[in-house]
Design a protein around this ligand. Sequence first.
Ligand SMILES: C[S@@+](CC[C@H](N)C(=O)[O-])C[C@H]1O[C@@H](n2cnc3c(N)ncnc32)[C@H](O)[C@@H]1O
Length: 387
Amino acid sequence: MPYTLPEALRGAERLALVVAFGRLSVLEACSTVKSVTKVEVPCERICVVELDPSSVRSVVKLAGIHKFSPLLTHFQGDEAVIRQLVQRITNKIDVSRLALSAYDTDEADYEVLVRLLLDAFREAGFKKIRLLRPKGNELFADQVLSRDALDLITFPYKGGYGLGPTAWVPDVAPMRERGVEKPVPHSGISLSPRLAQLLLNLSGLSPGQRLLDPFCGSGTIISEGALMSLNCVGIDSNPARVAQAKRNLAWVEKQSGRTLAYHVETGDARDFQGRFDGIVTEPILLPRFHSTPSSQKAKQLVNKPSRVYSESLYSMAEAVRKGGRIVIVVPTLKTADGSEVLLRLEETESIGLKEFQPGHVRFEYPVRVAFESTRWLGRAVYVFERV
Ligand SMILES: C[S@@+](CC[C@H](N)C(=O)[O-])C[C@H]1O[C@@H](n2cnc3c(N)ncnc32)[C@H](O)[C@@H]1O
């Protein structure tokens, strides 16, 4: 079950999202959450969105956030602000355990905030309140779920600190289980179900619409898409991968207890039939390395698949309907000299594709997938719209 704070504490117009994949999560929020009127990114881990409170429900669809909190107050040294915050919370709920999760917060400021909060809770009559001191001063989403504590979050905001109570964390356990328990599990570097869901959200597709993954591999994107009630088609040039995808999909379908709409077949992403409402795909993963590649080696590795990318992108542009989106992952490599090499998709306008911009913030493509655990190999994402 996800964690949800009482509705009464959620009527804020500004929400602080703790992002899981950096700017890619910001792109997901801007494209998925309805009625966003303003977006701010005060630090790497936080995105503040201003929206109509009635559309808070669409925030829980985001796959790329660890938690969100209504931004209830802005502390700039005035202790009364902390007392008001605590009053507002304790009017609505009983609190016995408290954590302060800090993002990009100065250690000395953190201690001041903790002391002020504890004082304010005690003043409000909560004499026995216990403070949890999580490692790194952050209560992770699964800890919020298991520890039954009020988790306040704080982060630098407009010359002071923004503060609010964690209102929701997703229950990612089923997704994690799918990743590791399916018959052909994902390897250390393959796409996680969570990232697959985020990419699907970027496609803007609604239930019943037709999705294609023309490089479907063992079927992670197709599985997540089918669970989101999309009508999914997967293609892979390697029959063994198609067989793996079929096994995984049959397993996912059985586990879900639902009838899912999918079809997987052997084919070439550079030459296929069919019309689709959207395409989400990760064409090529680079091999794992034992040491950081030189810049020259990295360029060679990244350039090798560029022809497959450009030829298949041409076919994808032909197959997607007008206004439909193509969400495509490209590899990035960190090199021994500290630079980054990535596969760029160029001259896409000539094949009828324009970069998708959801409004409010301008995104520069490709958008990196931040905070991934692999050391050299990374991912970046393009989202195109068919004109
Ligand atoms: C990075 S994997 C995709 C992984 C996939 N996202 C998953 O969840 O397993 C890329 C896949 O593209 C397939 N492939 C390579 N060239 C292809 C082509 N020209 N047409 C179709 N599939 C191709 C490979 O067989 C491989 O399974």
